[in-house]
Design a protein around this ligand. Structure first.
Ligand SMILES: [Zn+2]
Length: 193
């Protein structure tokens, strides 16, 4: 199992509500992740095969394919209500395009893009950075059910967006990465101090 599938397998085991679809097992160009019927994330990938100069054996000079990330695209979940299967699946056609159509998802998209930019600056291996992003993203499964940690409401009217929005800002507890208890703060944009 290559490192990408290892990360996805580990991530899927966090919760029954996490469903992962790949366009292909051999030549994966995107991953679609759904947190139940709440939210979806599409991760665009491209592969490269690195060549080891050390090995004299021609066959072993080509390592496992490595994946680099092209884009993240947040949108609505396309899973039917009560979807049960929880294995990593292969599908043939994309079911989510890159159009958002909802300000709530756009605001989550901008958080993920800035998180990813921070990770790229840190020069970590992309597949392990993906693991961190996915772990953070998994907190959105309670997008419409977790109250704001500041005002304790779920939906409030956000004038800048012109609609009711849930606490869609997710901030990780800096001191609680490995410990028990709540891992992320949920906040409305207006409630971020
Ligand atoms: Zn709030």
């Amino acid at each position: 199992m290559n490192e990408l599938f290892h990360v996805l397998d580990k991530f899927q085991k966090i919760s029954d509500e996490i469903h992962i679809f790949l366009d292909s097992l051999e030549d994966t160009s995107y991953i679609q992740i759904y947190l139940g019927t709440v939210i979806g994330l599409k991760v665009g990938l491209y592969q490269y095969k690195s060549v080891s100069e050390q090995s004299s054996d021609l066959n072993s000079r080509f390592s496992e394919p490595r994946y680099l990330i092209n884009f993240f695209s947040v949108g609505k979940s396309h899973l039917p209500y009560n979807y049960k299967d929880s294995s990593i699946l292969e599908i043939s056609q994309p079911v989510q395009n890159n159009s958002f159509g909802n300000r709530i998802y756009e605001l989550i998209q901008s958080q993920i893009d800035s998180k990813w930019a921070d990770i790229l600056i840190s020069h970590e291996l992309q597949v392990y950075s993906l693991e961190k992003i996915l772990h953070w993203f998994s907190s959105f499964k309670s997008l419409f059910t977790s109250p704001c940690d500041s005002c304790l409401s779920i939906l409030i009217f956000e004038p800048k967006v012109g609609q009711m929005i849930p606490p869609l800002i997710r901030i990780e507890h800096p001191e609680n990465k490995s410990g028990s208890g709540k891992e992320t703060y949920c906040l409305h944009p207006a409630c971020v101090a």
